[in-house]
Design a protein. Structure first.
Length: 376
């Protein structure tokens, strides 16, 4: 049996090796390492896949979030609502731009923010909401978008973990996550569902004028070389990464299907274990399973992790510390009256198991047997 990994990028590479090797070699031979034809090709293909007006490739997912917020013209002190159960980058860029992150708790089953949790936190200083499509499925966006319209707020989707997921509106319309709000952002970090062989990210928008402004910000604030219209940043997706991503984009739906098959096998194995909650699927969103995250009894999690590790099975805790308890944000949250009981409990209960596109039946059977044996 192959060694079990959280994400087996080497095995995935073997399936696309010839195409990737050829694409990288062609890029090197062309010498067009920055903004080469590979970037333009990937941009066009991703726009088509997402059915979105504009994609702006950039250097990484954190840059994507920062550029998105810069593009909205927010002022220091403006409030941006963000879940406290997420990776630090989501809130980090808010603080970096001298905006005020307003933390919000999440739903205990989907782990995503909901409109009913957001609305009580809206003030006259609130300017934007940043919902995170955590672990691979969409937040319930229709009520969030209605809330944004009601209060005239921007919506910036953090889609780093759910690219390829579909959200279905009550009228039957289906859209890809990341294309629902004013701006969507994603990361192409290697372990993501659509991952590069290095860093990368992208910004999406249906608003053509906003797209041009975001592109300008990402390129030193210029839309014509050496003519700078605003203060921008230098954030580019290099041609080699774009070449790899273009190949993997064609496989993205197949990759999601493979992940869903692993998740279904896990569900079947773990669904009846007392005290264990398998991932809850939201009725109006597909789930592309960037992570397969269970809730397990708090008093058993450490021992379960040790048991898995002893048997060569990795596991991860996403996330062990809520954002509101991170040292970097304590000065912001300390004065807040908000409480985060769900997030604080999740940080004690969640456990993510290996899930990736190349997991075989032997590995899957071994993981499920070892996991179930712990509870016997």
């Amino acid at each position: 049996m192959r060694p079990i990994q959280m994400v087996d990028l080497k095995a995935q590479y073997q399936g696309i090796k010839n195409a990737v090797d050829t694409a990288i070699l062609n890029c090197i031979e062309s010498g067009a390492f920055i903004n080469g034809p590979q970037v333009k090709s990937f941009k066009a293909h991703l726009e088509k896949y997402l059915a979105v007006n504009t994609v702006i490739p950039c250097a990484n997912g954190t840059d994507a979030l920062q550029i998105a917020l810069m593009g909205l013209g927010l002022k220091p002190g403006d409030e941006v609502i963000v879940p406290t159960f997420t990776y630090v980058a989501t809130a980090e860029v808010i603080g970096l731009l001298q905006l005020t992150p307003v933390m919000v708790d999440v739903d205990p089953n989907t782990f995503n923010v909901t409109a009913d949790l957001i609305e009580p936190l809206i003030t006259e200083r609130t300017k934007a909401i940043v919902p995170v499509h955590l672990f691979g499925q969409s937040a319930d966006m229709e009520p969030i978008l209605a809330l944004a319209k009601k209060y005239q707020l921007y919506v910036v989707e953090d889609n780093a973990q759910a690219i390829g997921a579909d959200y279905t509106f009550s009228d039957g319309r289906v859209q890809k996550t990341g294309t629902l709000g004013d701006i969507g952002c994603t990361s192409f970090y290697p372990s993501k569902n659509l991952g590069a062989y290095g860093d990368g990210g992208a910004i999406f928008t249906q608003n053509e004028a906003l797209g041009k402004h975001l592109q300008m910000i990402a390129s030193h604030g210029q839309n014509k070389r050496y003519y700078h219209q605003c203060i921008g940043v230098n954030s580019r997706l290099d041609s080699i990464q774009a070449a790899v991503l273009d190949i993997k984009l064609a496989q993205l739906d197949a990759y999601a299907t493979a992940r869903q098959a692993v998740a279904a096998a896990y569900d079947k194995a773990f669904g009846a274990i007392e005290g264990v909650q398998i991932p809850v699927r939201q009725h109006n969103s597909s789930h592309v399973f960037h992570q397969y995250t269970l809730k397990v009894p708090t008093d058993k999690r450490a021992a379960l992790q040790a048991h898995l590790k002893e048997n060569g099975i990795p596991s991860m805790i996403y996330y062990p510390v809520p954002l509101n308890e991170q040292e970097a944000f304590k000065h912001i949250v300390s004065a807040s009256e908000n409480s985060f009981p769900v997030t604080e409990q999740l940080c004690k209960e969640v456990l993510s198991l290996p899930i990736h596109t190349e997991m075989d039946d032997e590995q899957l059977a071994f993981i499920t047997n070892i996991f179930c044996a712990f509870f016997e």
